[in-house]
Write a protein that binds this ligand. Structure first.
Ligand SMILES: [Zn+2]
Length: 320
């Protein structure tokens, strides 16, 4: 099966490498101490690729796209259909304003290492609402979508049961649990936690009312290579259906219109300064740029509950 965009040969290569990295560690657990960081990166890449795939399906055929989404679910750590209700239909619609299940300012507008580190747990809890609503609507109105969702859950959960059984069969209970824990459990937890942290870092203290200052972007070449240009977040919001390989071109068009405080070259440096150093030197914490998400220009606080409308998604839902 060929991808629609030739840049996705790399996506496919990464997706094929995911089980190899995992199973090499299953076969020989003595390699885990060297390979677990690679396993974590592969799981994170699975999440990033799932995000890209849910915006712009990788293949022509619907079945192939559904298969690919289910494949990625195993390595990312959660059924990838969930990107649709929580991200495409919710986060992209509300953009960190009231109604976004993933808001960065739920308990205040400070950006500290503690809030960043615990954001995964808070955000996961609030994302469960749109996911349940999406499944309920699919069950009522879209049996094919509902079957796809249930298949993803079954394959995802079933594969983990098989992996646990395989590891114990090969290595006994102690080394088996160690193997599945570090070659599968750790990477998928890392991926889920880090993807949500990225969402937090990309929007905390940005201005959702602004034309271009609604997101923070990282322009580093290495991070954008490793994460398929997902550092370029402002243009992703402005061109949500653009292929990931086109984002640098779109970013170049608006880079000089973005507040310089919201364009960072290195995500690692930003992380070190804003979370590690800022713990000791609070003045290094980020400050709100422009208007805060809870401060609408007309002065009225619009509060909407997080919701999705599966049928609004039209063909996008039907394809994946
Ligand atoms: Zn997106």
């Amino acid at each position: 099966m060929l991808p629609k965009n030739s840049a996705d040969y790399r996506t496919i290569l990464w997706a094929l490498a995911m089980p190899v990295v995992m199973l090499v560690q299953f076969r020989d657990p003595s390699l885990i101490k060297y390979m677990w960081p690679l396993g974590c990166y592969m799981a994170l890449a699975a999440g990033v690729i799932a995000h890209n795939h849910l915006h712009t399906p990788t293949f022509h055929g619907k079945r192939m796209n559904q298969f690919f989404g289910t494949w990625l679910s195993i390595f990312y750590g959660y059924p990838t259909f969930a990107w649709m209700p929580t991200h495409n239909l919710n986060h992209h619609k509300y953009l960190n304003k009231a109604g976004d299940a993933t808001i960065t300012w739920r308990y205040g507008n400070k950006n500290t290492v503690w809030i960043a580190a615990t954001y995964f747990f808070v955000s996961s809890y609030y994302q469960s609402g749109p996911i349940k609503e999406y499944i309920r609507k699919a069950k009522q109105n879209n049996p094919k979508l509902y079957r796809h969702i249930m298949t993803q859950y079954a394959v995802w959960g079933g594969t983990y049961v098989c992996l646990i059984a395989l590891a114990i069969a090969w290595h006994g209970p102690v080394t088996g649990i160690y193997t599945v824990g570090l070659a599968t459990g750790l990477p998928v937890f890392f991926a889920l936690w880090t993807i949500m942290l990225f969402n937090y870092m990309q929007h905390v203290h940005t201005d959702p009312w602004s034309e271009h200052n609604h997101s923070r972007s990282w322009t580093g070449k290495i991070v954008n290579f490793l994460l398929f240009n997902n550092g370029l977040h402002a243009v992703h919001h402005e061109h949500p259906n653009a292929h990931w390989s086109e984002l640098p071109k779109y970013h170049a068009e608006i880079a000089d219109k973005i507040d310089p405080r919201l364009i960072e070259p290195s995500v690692f440096r930003w992380f070190f300064v804003r979370y590690f150093l800022a713990t000791f030197i609070p003045s290094l914490q980020t400050q709100q740029v422009g208007r805060a998400p809870f401060d609408p220009p007309d002065g009225e606080l619009v509060v909407e509950t997080a919701s999705v409308d599966a049928l609004d998604a039209g063909s996008n839902v039907a394809r994946v």
